[in-house]
Each structure stands twice: as C-alpha cells, then as structure tokens.
Design a protein around this ligand. Structure first.
Ligand code: FAD
Length: 348
C-alpha cells in the first residue's frame, strides 16, 4: 500500500498559495480513492503555523513541518535538504507537490537523492490496483501520456489549473517538527534582493482567472480610416490594471512590428498564444480583435470558458471556437467595460 505525502512550501506570509491548495486536492482525492492509504502532509518554510492551521481539516493522519529561517528563501540547497527530510520522516512512497518554480527546480534532485522517480506536468492521478496511474503532458503540452512506475518514492509535480483549490475549514493543528540537517551542506547562495519588472510591466500572470487576448485588429485601420494604436494601448492596459488579467497575443500582432507597423509596446513573443506559442490554463478567456484561426485557438485548449469580440460575424471564433462571440467594435466594448469596472466597488 502507498503512503501518500502532500508536500508544500509556504508563501512569505506562512500560508499555502493556490497551486499548493490545488495539489492538496489531488493528494486528498488519491488518498480517498485508495482507502486506507496513510496520508501525510509535509510543510516547509520559515513560518509554517498558518499553513498547518489551513490544512487542519484536510484529513491527514500526520502533519509534519520543517520550519527554519533558512527556508524563507527559495534556495536549492536548503529546500532540497528540507524536502528530503520530510519525505523520509513520512516514509512516503508517493509525493504530491505543486509545480511551482521553486519545487520544479528542487524536487527532481530530491527524487535522485532518495533513489526514486519524478514526473512533472502531471494533470491527473488515479489509483490502479495497489498502485497508481498518472496522466501528464510532454513536448510543451502537445502530447498526453498515461503511465505508472515501480520506482519509489515517486514524486509528482501537479500543474496549476488541473484541480480545484482546496478550501476546507482551517483549525488548530499541531504539526510534528522535522529537523533538517542544514549543517551537512554549505548554504552558499544568499538572496540579497529581487529585481523584477514593475507590476504593470509584467503582463503574463499564470494564476489570473482571465486570459485577455489582443489580436492584430487593434492596430488596423478602423471605420474612420485611421489606426488608433495609442488608444488601443490605453484601453488594454486599463483593463489589465482593473482586472489583473493575464495578457496573451496572436502571432500576427507580435510580429507586425518587424514589418514596420506600429504595435503595442508592451507585447513580446512571450505573450503569444497558439501552436507556436504558449498554452496557458485559465478559467476564462476573452479574445479581442483576433480572428480565431486554428494555429492560434489551439493554444486555448485549457481555457474553460471562451468569449471573443470581433467585427466579423464569420470569424474563426464563430465556428465552434468560442462559447460566446460578441459581433462588435472592441474599442467601443472595452471603453464601456473599463468605465463600468472603474465605477464598480473594488472587489474584496
Ligand atoms: C505554422 C504556423 C504556426 C502559427 N502559430 C501561431 C500561434 O502560435 N499563434 C497565433 O496567434 N497565430 C499563429 N499562426 C498564425 C495564425 O494562423 C494567424 O495568422 C494569426 O493568429 C492571425 O492573427 P490575428 O487574428 O490577430 O490577426 P488577423 O487575422 O489580422 O485578424 C484581425 C481581426 O481583428 C478584427 N478586428 C479589427 N478591428 C476590430 C475591432 N475594432 N473590433 C473587433 N474586431 C476587430 C478583424 O475582424 C479580424 O478578424 C501560425 C501560422 C502558421 C502557418
């Protein structure tokens, strides 16, 4: 019988972020399906108390915590030692963890130290006899495979957006402290600060509830015979500021800069969605001024509810690609949407 460990690092405030709570749902579902399998929670961070309280109602037989100031920083050496100690303390045979940047970097090394195996981009986990089967994506989410392994512990990094985030009652939880042999290894890396683009310059937000896609139409001649790129920029940036949506783009829009046309200054190829771009996961998507051709919409396959605004009632979105198509001028619609959003009381 497997021993299932849900492993998570805390955020700076000591709580679990959404990707961790999604992985917790995956771990609980597996523990419930494999009735009787021991289910353990392992937490690591500088402060684990809030997270332990958050998972108090998750039904784990044990909650283990590696708590140390040296785990405040995402650093390979300290994270690997703590994760290894938690896996060993739990006697885990299956470890389910969120595929955060921090864990994607460190858990493959931990699986090597433990003589086990690791799989990334996991989207489904199902029990199979005494073991389990996993569905994961390969080759930039273009190939889907179902597999099982005999190596243990088997570490599974669950992609964000595949499971609902766990929202159970929090309560009082006494976590068992797990000591980490930090002295066994020098911690040479020290994070002295973070240099990041300004909040508004960072337009790709994988955790956003909404993907907003801008197509080439925003830069094209409009009904008055003129292009209105500065207004398009303002409308899109205002919408992103008001909603914290993630910004995607069509290939045409990011490429027309090379043809000497005026383009939206904040877009790069990293925003591109589609066959030769990204395939993000968001609950909702809104496409604007984008034709909805197959090489673009193939990048929408993990967008649950899709809407599009296009002047052309015959565009690609109308052919089964969108749930709702608004046949309208996106300039007029987004102007009005921004007015309504600005007037609405701020969300809690
Ligand atoms: C091998 C290959 C790979 C590709 N990979 C990708 C990819 O990864 N991603 C990708 O996006 N594309 C990809 N493409 C290109 C793709 O086929 C399309 O050419 C591209 O998506 C078109 O971009 P668009 O819809 O923004 O522009 P356009 O086709 O120019 O469409 C602009 C749209 O804006 C609408 N519009 C204009 N003004 C307004 C307004 N005021 N209000 C509302 N609507 C308006 C127009 O009606 C039109 O439908 C690939 C192509 C090939 C051959």
């Amino acid at each position: 019988m497997e021993t299932i460990l849900f492993l998570a690092h805390t955020e700076t405030d000591g709580t679990l972020g959404r990707p961790a709570r999604e992985a917790l749902t995956a771990a609980r579902q597996l523990a419930e399906a494999a009735a009787g399998a021991p289910f353990v929670i392992g937490l690591l961070g500088a402060n684990t108390e809030p997270a332990a309280a958050q998972v108090a109602g998750a039904g784990a037989a044990r909650v283990l915590a590696a708590t140390d100031e040296r785990l405040a920083q995402p650093r390979y050496a300290s994270d690997a030692l703590a994760a290894q100690a938690l896996c060993q303390a739990a006697n885990a045979t299956v470890v389910i963890a969120p595929a955060t940047a921090r864990f994607n970097r460190v858990l493959p090394g931990v699986s090597h130290r433990l003589g086990g195996a690791v799989d990334t981009h996991v989207s489904e986990i199902a029990p199979e006899g005494d073991g389990l089967q996993v569905v994961r994506w390969f080759y930039r989410q273009r190939l889907r495979g179902r597999l099982s392994r005999t190596a243990r512990p088997w570490i599974l990094l669950v992609d964000p957006g595949c499971f609902p985030a766990w929202t159970g009652e929090s309560g009082a939880a006494a976590a068992e402290a797990v000591s980490v042999a930090f002295d066994d290894q020098p911690l040479r890396t020290e994070v002295t600060g973070i240099k990041a683009p300004a909040e508004d310059a960072q337009t790709i937000r994988p955790d956003a509830d909404l993907l907003f896609v801008a197509g080439a139409g925003w830069t094209k001649q409009q009904a008055d015979g003129q292009a209105h790129v500065p207004e398009a920029e303002r409308l899109i940036l205002d919408f992103l500021k008001l909603t914290r949506a993630s910004l995607g783009s069509s290939k045409s829009l990011v490429e027309i800069g090379g043809e000497g046309q005026e383009v939206l200054s904040f877009l790069t190829h990293l925003n591109q969605i589609g066959q030769t771009g990204a395939t993000p996961r968001h609950p909702k998507g809104l496409s604007t001024c984008c034709h909805g051709e197959e090489p673009h919409t193939v990048g929408w396959r993990f967008i649950t509810e899709r809407r599009a605004i296009n002047l052309d009632a015959n565009c690609g979105w109308a052919r089964g690609k969108a749930d709702v198509l608004y046949v309208a001028d996106a300039f007029a619609v987004m102007r009005r949407v921004n007015e309504l959003l600005a007037a609405a009381p701020a969300a809690e």
